[in-house]
Design a protein around this ligand. Structure first.
Ligand code: NAP
Ligand code: ZN
Ligand code: ZN
Length: 349
């Protein structure tokens, strides 16, 4: 077995604390990664605090992982020892159903997606994520990292990057389209970068006046402060697509009103509470309210390659295991530009 050390939470109110555990011995198709960087996603906090009601403890969070390949199984073709490799939100799926066959493993029709943490793998063992020094993963679920990018700033692309890239591609963000992004957190700032890179006219909605200038420099053609009065009136009926990246419960009605006929408001934000939808606002204008979850492995590689080609990375703040609690508090307050990344060398400090 692969002896691993990291940080785990033991229940919904406990902070992350040192924890020793094991990963399976790498099989023929597996790679062993020595993890170097792991992003802190708001989902780590939702799950550790059982805000989605499905927590499995002990939980080693972390699904924005970049590491160095330190061992490869006999059948591994994609990686060799010493390569950089990345792991996102999932490490396996049934691989046979129509969704898996279509490369949308996150939507496995058999519900057999194995998540990187807070999940059970095929043999029933709990999975443990990137807040630890090692991980074992089938090469099919490991991604190649473009060599020209800063690996620490690549790590958050593995969740927040693909989660915004995929719906923007699916709903056709590009030239001639007006796209809105709600919430300038980790996901929101990537949505802004991608929508801008795809050539769409992009408007950022934020509750934080302190982020207005940032949003412009990240690629927003316009920034709308949703704390002001009547902010929604000016753009009524103007948007083709709006991506809601907000982590907390909030009223989506004004955003539905901003859509053109046949427009779509898609949530990638996952507050634990149900979202009330006004039927009249949807029906008038044949509008859609949709959701989207991360992206499949093929599209995740496409996203990483796109980032390599266009020199796109995350804006990050490095942190260490001694400061996890402070980092989590600051994420909840929206006080990070725009992702904390754990430096795994701090595990031994
Ligand atoms: P984050 O960095 O904390 O960003 C969330 C942003 O939401 C904040 O920066 C803030 O933006 C806005 N916000 C927070 N509280 C608000 C409130 N009460 N009212 C209005 N706006 C508020 O979080 P993240 O890591 O980007 O994650 C965002 C959400 O996506 C989380 O729920 C996470 O679990 C989810 N997620 C989903 C997927 C998926 O596959 N669908 C994948 C990853 C994460 P402003 O300051 O600009 O207003
Ligand atoms: Zn995430
Ligand atoms: Zn499947």
């Amino acid at each position: 077995m692969i002896i691993t050390k990291g940080y785990a939470v033991q229940n919904a109110t406990a902070p992350p604390a040192p924890f020793a555990y094991e990963h399976r011995e790498p099989g023929p198709n597996d790679v062993l990664l020595d993890i170097r960087f792991c992003g802190i996603c708001h989902s780590d906090i939702h799950q550790a605090r059982n805000e989605w009601g499905n927590a499995l403890y002990p939980m080693v969070p972390g699904h924005e992982i970049v590491g160095e390949v330190s061992r490869v199984g006999s059948a591994v073709a994609k990686f060799k020892v010493g390569d950089l490799a990345a792991v996102g939100c999932m490490v396996d799926s049934c691989r046979e159903c129509p969704s898996c066959q279509a490369g949308e493993e996150q939507y496995c029709d058999r519900g057999a997606t194995v998540w990187t943490y807070n999940s059970k793998d095929r043999n029933g063992d709990l999975t443990f994520g990137g807040y630890g020094n090692r991980i074992v993963v089938d090469e099919k679920f490991a991604l190649r990292v473009p060599s020209n990018l800063n690996p620490a700033a690549v790590a958050p692309l593995l969740c927040a990057g693909i989660t915004t890239y995929s719906p923007l591609r699916h709903w056709g963000a590009g030239p001639g389209k007006k796209i809105g992004v709600v919430g300038l957190g980790g996901l929101g700032h990537m949505a802004l970068k991608f929508s801008h890179a795809f050539g769409a006219n992009t408007v950022q909605f934020t509750t934080s006046s302190s982020k207005i200038e940032d949003a412009k420099s990240l690629g927003a053609d316009e920034v709308i402060l949703t704390r002001s009065e009547d902010w929604a009136v000016k753009h009524a009926g103007a948007f083709d697509f709006i991506l809601d990246c907000v982590s907390a419960p909030h009223d989506v009605t004004p955003y539905l009103a901003l859509l053109k006929r046949d427009g779509t408001l898609c949530t990638v934000g996952l507050p634990g509470m149900p979202i009330p939808i006004p039927a009249f606002t949807l029906a008038g204008g044949r509008k859609s309210f949709a959701g989207s979850a991360i992206g499949g492995i093929r599209e995740t590689q496409e996203m990483l390659d796109f980032c390599g080609k266009h020199n796109i990375v995350f804006d990050i703040e490095m942190t260490g295991f001694d400061k996890i609690e402070e980092a989590w508090d600051r994420v909840v307050k929206g006080d990070v530009k725009y992702r904390f990344v754990l430096d795994l060398t701090t595990l031994n400090a």
